[in-house]
Design a protein around this ligand. Structure first.
Ligand code: ADP
Length: 537
C-alpha cells in the first residue's frame, strides 16, 4: 500500500541538516575551547622558558661580576704599584673572594708574565698570545672597549677548554697590559648550573658569540633556536647571546586530547541529534501510512456498502416480484377452487369436498406466507422519514389495530410515562404491533394476558421493554426465534408463520438498535429493544 507523499520540510528542519548543524556547532565550540586551552597552556610554558632564561642570565652575570671584580682589583694593584712581588699571595686572596674563576693572569707586551695559581697553569706562563691571530683580534676588541671582554671558548695552553676575560690596564695614561681571568668550561657549567651538553630535563641552552665572523658556542649541542618556545637575551657587556628552548612544552599534550574529545563528543551529539530529528519523520511516515490505509479501507467499505445496498435492492425487488407474481396464480387457484365448489357442490361426493377444502386451506396459508415474506423483504427499506414519534401515540394505534384480540383475551395493557423518540413512525409501529401481537398470542390457557410497556433512558439511546405473563421461551431458543420461519410451536397450537420477530429484528437493526429477550419457560417474556437518540438512516 502506498503512503501519501510527505510534505517537504524546510532545509534547516531536515534530519541531515539538523545533524550537520549540531555536529558543526558542537565541533566549533569544543575546538574553540581546546584552542583557548592551548593558548593558555602555551603562555604558561612560554613564561616558564622566560623565567629559566632569566635564571640562566642571573647566574651567568654573577660569574661575570666575579671576573670583573677580580680583573679590576688586579688592574688597580698594577696601576697603583701595589703588586711588587706579592702577585701570588694577592692573587690567591682575590681568587678566594671570587669563586667561579680558575686563574688570574697579567699580560704584558703580548706575553703572559704572571699566572696564579701556577700549579696546572705552568704551560701558559710565558706564552706569547700575539702569535695567535684569534687572541690578537679579541685583545684588540678588549682594548677598543676598554672593559672586560671575553674570548673563547678555545683550547687553553694549559689543557682543556675555557674562556678568558681580559681587561686593559692603563697606567698613567699609557696602555700597560692586560689583567685576565681564566674560566675553565667545567667551572662555568657548574657556576651556571647547566651540564656541558646544554640540556636539562625540560630545557636546551646555548651561549654563543660572534668571533671573526663565526659563531662560537659554549654548550655541546646543535639545537636550533629559530622555532618553538624559546627565549633569547643579549649580555651586552660581553656580546654573548644566551638562548633557552623548552624541550617538552605541555600545551600540545593538554590541548590535543581535549580537541580529540571535542571531536568525538560532537560525533556522539550529532548521532543523537540524527536519532531525535528522525523521530518526527518516522512518526509522520507512520501516520501517513496509517491514514492511507484507512482511506483505502474506507474506499473498500464504501464499495462494499454500495454493493450491499445494490444486492439488497435487487433482493427486495426479487422478493417483491416473486411474492407479487405468486399471489396472482394463488388467487386464481383459490377462485377456481371456490368456483368448483359452488358450481359442482351437489355433484361432488364428500371426499371431493374434503380435498377441495384442503386445497383452499393450503392456498390460503401460502398467500399468508407470501404476504409475510414480502413484509420481511420490505422491512427496514421503506420506513419513511425520521420524525418525533410519541410512543404513547404508537401504543394507541397498535391497541386499536389489535382491539379484537385484546377484547377476546381480556388483556390488560399498562405503561408508565413513555418517551418521544426520533424514528420512522412506520417501523416503530410495526415493531410494537408484532411484540404486543405475540404477547396476546402466546398466552397460558385461562390466564388473561397482562402486558407492560416500560422505557429506560440512557445517554445515547432509549431502551423499550415489552413484557408479558405468557408461556415464556426456553433459554436455548431465545436467539433462534429471531430467525425467519423460526417457530417453537405447531400452527394448530398457535397460528403464525415465524416471520414476525425476524421483521422486528430487521427494523430495529436498521434503526441502529439491538433486540434481545429475557424469559423463562412458563414465566412470561420480556422483549428489550433500543433506539439510538441520534438516529441516522
Ligand atoms: P409467529 O408469531 O408467527 O410464530 P414470530 O417470529 O413472531 O412468529 O415468533 C417466533 C416464535 O417465538 C413464536 O413461534 C413463539 O414460539 C416465540 N414467541 C414469540 N413471542 C413470544 C411471546 N411473547 N411469548 C412466548 N413465545 C413467543
Amino acid at each position: 500500500m502506498l503512503a501519501s507523499p510527505i510534505s517537504p520540510r524546510p532545509f534547516f528542519l531536515r534530519p541531515k541538516s539538523v545533524t550537520w548543524m549540531v555536529f558543526c556547532l558542537s565541533l566549533i565550540v569544543t575546538e574553540i575551547v581546546a584552542w583557548r586551552l592551548l593558548l593558555k597552556e602555551r603562555s604558561l610554558d612560554q613564561e616558564e622558558v622566560i623565567q629559566e632564561g632569566l635564571n640562566f642570565q642571573n647566574r651567568l652575570e654573577a660569574v661575570l661580576d666575579y671576573s670583573s671584580t677580580a680583573t679590576y682589583t688586579l688592574s688597580f694593584l698594577v696601576q697603583n704599584n701595589l703588586l711588587g712581588d706579592r702577585f701570588d699571595s694577592l692573587c690567591h686572596q682575590i681568587l678566594k673572594q671570587n669563586p667561579s674563576i680558575d686563574a688570574l693572569q697579567l699580560v704584558q707586551n703580548g706575553v703572559i708574565t704572571h699566572i696564579c695559581p701556577i700549579e696546572g697553569n705552568e704551560a701558559a706562563l710565558g706564552l706569547d698570545i700575539s702569535k695567535n691571530p684569534d687572541h690578537v683580534r679579541e685583545v684588540a676588541e678588549a682594548i677598543r672597549r676598554n672593559s672586560l671582554y671575553f674570548e673563547g671558548p678555545f683550547h687553553l695552553a694549559q689543557g682543556g677548554r675555557g674562556i678568558v676575560g681580559r681587561l686593559p690596564i692603563i697606567e698613567k695614561g699609557q696602555f700597560w697590559g692586560l689583567s685576565a681571568v681564566v674560566i675553565r668550561l667545567e667551572t662555568l657549567f657548574e657556576a651556571v648550573e647547566i651540564p656541558s651538553s646544554g640540556e636539562s630535563e625540560n630545557f636546551v641552552y646555548q651561549l654563543s658569540k660572534m668571533a671573526g665572523g663565526q659563531r662560537v658556542q659554549v654548550f655541546e649541542n646543535n639545537e636550533t633556536f629559530d622555532s618553538g618556545l624559546i627565549t633569547e637575551r643579549m649580555i651586552p657587556k660581553v656580546e654573548w647571546k644566551l638562548q633557552v628552548k623548552h624541550k617538552n612544552p605541555g600545551y600540545i599534550k593538554a590541548a590535543v586530547p581535549f580537541a580529540l574529545l571535542g571531536f568525538f563528543f560532537s560525533v556522539a551529539l550529532a548521532s543523537f541529534a540524527w536519532k531525535v530529528a528522525n523521530q518526527p519523520l518516522k512518526l509522520q511516515k507512520l501516520v501517513d501510512e496509517k491514514t492511507a490505509d484507512l482511506q483505502e479501507l474506507n474506499k473498500v467499505m464504501e464499495l462494499k456498502a454500495e454493493e450491499l445496498s445494490r444486492i439488497n435492492h435487487e433482493l427486495n425487488q426479487y422478493a417483491h416480484v416473486i411474492s407479487h407474481d405468486l399471489q396472482e396464480p394463488l388467487r386464481m387457484v383459490v377462485n377456481f377452487m371456490e368456483l368448483l365448489k359452488r358450481k359442482y357442490d351437489n355433484e361432488l361426493d364428500e371426499q371431493a369436498q374434503i380435498y377441495i377444502g384442503h386445497a383452499l386451506n393450503g392456498a390460503q396459508g401460502m398467500r399468508e406466507l407470501v404476504k409475510e415474506l414480502l413484509q420481511y423483504a420490505l422491512a427496514g427499506q421503506q420506513q419513511g422519514q425520521i420524525e418525533k414519534v410519541p410512543l404513547r401515540m404508537i401504543l394507541d394505534d397498535v391497541t386499536s389495530i389489535l382491539h379484537v384480540q385484546i377484547d377476546k383475551t381480556q388483556a390488560t395493557i399498562s405503561y408508565e410515562e413513555l418517551p418521544v423518540v426520533d424514528a420512522p413512525k412506520l417501523a416503530i409501529t410495526q415493531v410494537m404491533q408484532n411484540l404486543i401481537g405475540n404477547a396476546l398470542k402466546f398466552i397460558k390457557p385461562d390466564v388473561a394476558p397482562v402486558i407492560r410497556i416500560e422505557s429506560i433512558e440512557r445517554a445515547k439511546e432509549w431502551e423499550i421493554i415489552v413484557s408479558d405473563n405468557g408461556i415464556g421461551i426456553d433459554k436455548e431458543y431465545q436467539q433462534e426465534i429471531f430467525g425467519v420461519f423460526r417457530r417453537l410451536h405447531s400452527k394448530s397450537d398457535y397460528a403464525g408463520t415465524g416471520v414476525g420477530l425476524a421483521i422486528v429484528q430487521k427494523q430495529v437493526q436498521s434503526m441502529g438498535g439491538r433486540i434481545w429477550v429475557e424469559s423463562e419457560k412458563g414465566a412470561g417474556s420480556a422483549f428489550h429493544f433500543t433506539i439510538p437518540k441520534s438516529l441516522l438512516i
